[in-house]
Design a binder for this molecule. Structure first.
Ligand code: IPE
Ligand code: IPE
Ligand code: MG
Length: 248
């Protein structure tokens, strides 16, 4: 029995979010420049997108570039932005073939115009796909997103469009970049780091967290299936007792 066969198809997380970390260390281990790690990271992305679609994950969010990553050396930033254009061009047909719809969340206007334009082109080309949403977090920061939502809500309160008492979890969520998607039920981070690095802080309030030492370029289908199996072995109580869940 393969790992994939062990997965319970009735308990697939509706939304999986991944902090793809460790490209630089992977390159170092191979005696290469960091860019080599990012290139191999793209190969891992392709494998995981396919694996996720295959088992029926409906939403997959990948942390590809954080707001903080703008602080990296300009040469690495340029390489990443070019790699993104290359990967989008190369994978567009396969996204369409697998009926994957592309989205991007983050401060997209900070992206170089060429990257931004390619991204928008890919997004509109995959618009009618409906098997899985692939959400790329680019120039993304959770605190930025929460502040933006707060500003928008505040201005609507001031103009009288929103009653202050109507602000609740649901309304707030609808002002985030992730308004179209359910909250992630599983968050994976590779590379042995135990932190969230400003990623989806609001949305992962009740996500199951899964950390692995594998560096992102080494993270493959089997590793992804292992994370799903680990998720399926957890009891999601949402504040209730174990007994209450069994009574259902
Ligand atoms: C993740 O790998 C990719 C990005 C943040 C763009 P890193 O580049 O952070 O790799 P490490 O953490 O330095 O090994
Ligand atoms: C988080 O990785 C961002 C992405 C994976 C895109 P980083 O490597 O930038 O995170 P820190 O700096 O180690 O927290
Ligand atoms: Mg890193």
């Amino acid at each position: 029995m393969t790992l994939k066969d062990k997965i319970n198809s009735k308990n697939i997380p509706e939304h999986v979010a991944i902090i793809m970390d460790g490209n630089g260390r992977w390159a170092k281990q191979h005696g290469k420049l960091r860019v080599f790690g990012h290139e191999n990271g793209v190969t891992a992305v392709k494998k995981i997108v396919e694996a996720a679609a295959e088992i029926g994950v409906k939403n997959l969010t990948l942390y590809a570039f954080s707001t903080e990553n703008w602080k990296r050396p300009q040469s690495e930033i340029n390489a990443l932005m070019n790699l993104l254009i290359k990967a989008l061009n190369k994978e567009l047909d396969s996204l369409n073939k697998n009926k994957i719809k592309l989205y991007a969340i983050g401060e997209l206007d900070k992206l170089p115009s060429k990257t931004y334009n390619e991204l928008q082109k890919a997004i509109s080309t995959t618009e009618s796909n409906d098997k899985m949403n692939l959400i790329l977090a680019l120039s993304y920061s959770s605190k930025w997103e929460i502040i933006e939502a707060t500003k928008k809500i505040s201005s609507k309160v001031l103009s009288g469009e929103i009653d202050i008492n109507a602000i609740n979890d649901k309304l707030f969520s609808s002002f985030l970049c992730t308004a179209n998607f359910p909250d992630p039920s599983l968050l994976i981070r590779t590379s042995g780091e135990y932190r969230l690095s400003n990623f989806l802080l609001w949305q992962i309030a009740y996500a199951e967290l899964y950390f692995t030492d594998k560096l992102w370029p080494d993270f493959g289908r089997e590793d992804f299936f292992e994370a799903i199996l680990d998720y399926q072995n957890r009891e999601r109580r949402f504040g209730k007792t174990s007994e209450q869940l069994k009574q259902k």
